[in-house]
Ligand binder design. Structure first.
Ligand code: HAM
Length: 480
């Protein structure tokens, strides 16, 4: 295992020109690339690792919208939050995700820690959630146990648009119920979650049955592809020996005609899995969730059985981004595989946050604008001292006030107030401090009013209230 995970030696480390270009496009627009080349090596600023990115303040509103929507949806559907460690035993993922998968073979950030333990930066969180379910005896809780999580994962993949070496996932896991309604409800929930942030989706659904049925199907599939070995792409020749199911995921043009004629998993399902799947589809119909059947969907993780699905942007089913917004399925053997009670069923889904945010950006989903109520400008030390207190008073009363305590010139402060679109400036100079007053300046008209400093909060609130009635816009505070 260790050798395979020597990342520096990974053949995937080289990216094609087109994926590099796509990756460049992903960089936030305000990033100014410093002229590092002319600097001596020791003085160059450290660069980000490829495939890693900073999430800048300007991007945070969409992340916040998504996080809020997740929390609301999780509460509505009865999921409880769990936070899982980023570092886990390597063995956890090898056992569950599967030795022959891309994640384990090529993508894990695995290393030996100072104590000689083989550890990995988690590539996904379902295995960790199942481990936590077993470790904490959650099978003794009323079932099903419904958990959700939000956090980063690490996969040494080839970076491109929407694919990173560190990506964030939102995940929902249901332990302890084998009912088909659970599979459907997960899809209903993510359908509505994404709709609530402006993204319309379609589910791609398939069933891969029981491990035994899948084994028979795998043999059938391998024998079909073996008879066409000469026309297979190089990757598929390798997959044929190791993991024939992955051949159905192949994107190479030469392999497409073969895929269309390949035996389909649905024809090899056992009766129980067939019934289970039909029920899932009926529930989806009932809930009016858009889906398409995808007989070739197998997913890249070994723990799945029965229902598997992916979440795609409506109108983008593979043509544009070739990347799903999310994926999930049933994993009835996972808990047992980790030493939990035999036959504990489970199912779940995870969404890639960066991809959802890209989709939100594409549809120009509306973002909340945090309007400020006033800008506090001061002149002189005494005003600054009093300003600290006044600022606190405003904040506690619910007013959104910006300031520039670090600046001295009034002109510069008022320019900043205008830039931040403050409707009012509160101006405090030496004279006002002595008089116990403060100036309220209407930034639009330039009209100024001197008021009693003790009443500034209530007067400002009144002004904002009157203004909002005039413009028909809501204010961000309650009136005094
Ligand atoms: P997954 O399909 O490997 O499934 O990942 C889920 C989602 O995470 C993907 O659909 C994608 O949106 C996002 N994602 C994955 N890799 C990357 C990447 N390199 N860059 C950006 N986004 C990425 C799982 O991880 C399963 N644990 C899902 C699950 C939960 N199954 C049951 N419960």
């Amino acid at each position: 295992m260790g050798k395979k995970n020597q990342l520096a030696a990974s053949p995937k480390a080289k990216a094609t020109v087109s994926s590099e270009e796509a990756w460049e496009e992903e960089k936030p627009k305000t990033v100014v690339v410093p002229p590092v080349v002319s600097l001596p090596k020791g003085k160059r600023p450290p660069e980000l690792l490829r495939g890693f990115r900073d999430i800048l303040p300007e991007e945070q509103p969409s992340w916040q919208v998504l996080r809020n929507a997740v929390r609301e949806m999780a509460e509505a559907y009865g999921f409880e939050r769990i936070d899982l460690p980023i570092l886990e035993h390597e063995e956890l993922f090898v056992r569950t995700v599967g030795k022959q998968t891309d994640i384990i073979e090529k993508e894990m950030y695995a290393f030996e820690d100072q104590g000689g333990e083989r550890v990995v930066l988690r590539p996904e969180m379902t295995a960790s959630a199942a481990r936590a379910y077993v470790n904490h005896g959650m099978l003794n809780l009323p079932q099903p146990v419904k958990l959700y999580y939000v956090g980063p994962n690490f996969r040494y993949e080839r970076p491109q648009a929407g694919r990173y070496r560190q990506h964030y996932q939102i995940g929902f896991e249901v332990f302890g119920s084998g009912e088909s309604v659970m599979d459907a409800q997960l899809m209903v929930m993510v359908f509505h979650l994404l709709k609530s942030v402006g993204v319309e989706t379609v589910m791609r659904v398939n069933s891969i049955g029981t491990p035994a049925a899948r084994q028979t199907y795998r043999t059938e599939l391998a024998s079909y592809y073996r008879s066409h070995r000469s026309v297979l792409c190089e990757d598929c020749k390798r997959r044929l020996l190791k993991n024939p199911l992955r051949m159905l995921d192949c994107k190479a043009e030469t392999c497409q005609p073969l895929k269309e004629e390949a035996p389909q998993m649905l024809d090899w399902l056992d009766e129980d899995s067939k019934t289970h799947f039909m029920q899932v589809l009926e529930f989806l119909d009932e809930a009016s969730v858009s889906y398409t059947l995808d007989p070739y969907l197998v997913r890249g993780l070994d723990y799945y059985n029965r229902t598997v699905f992916e979440v795609w942007s409506a109108g983008d089913q593979g043509e544009r981004s070739q990347s799903s917004l999310g994926g999930g399925g049933r994993y009835d053997g996972l808990v047992e595989l980790l030493g939990g009670r035999e036959g504990t069923p489970g199912c779940g889904v995870a969404l890639g946050m960066e991809r959802v945010i890209l989709a939100m950006r594409e549809v120009q989903a509306p973002l909340p604008v945090r309007k400020i109520d006033a800008f506090f400008a001061q002149l002189g030390d005494a005003a600054r001292r009093q300003g600290l207190r006044l600022f606190e008073e405003c904040r506690q009363s619910g007013l959104v006030v910006r300031e520039a305590f670090g600046k001295s010139a009034l002109k510069a402060q008022l320019e900043l107030a205008a830039k931040q679109e403050a409707p009012y400036a509160l101006i405090l100079g030496q004279k006002e401090v002595m008089d116990g007053t403060i100036i309220i300046r209407d930034m639009e008209s330039g009209a100024q009013e001197i008021v009693n400093a003790g009443r500034v909060v209530s007067i400002l609130k009144k002004k904002l209230e009157t203004r909002s009635i005039g413009t028909g816009k809501a204010v961000s505070h309650t009136a005094a």
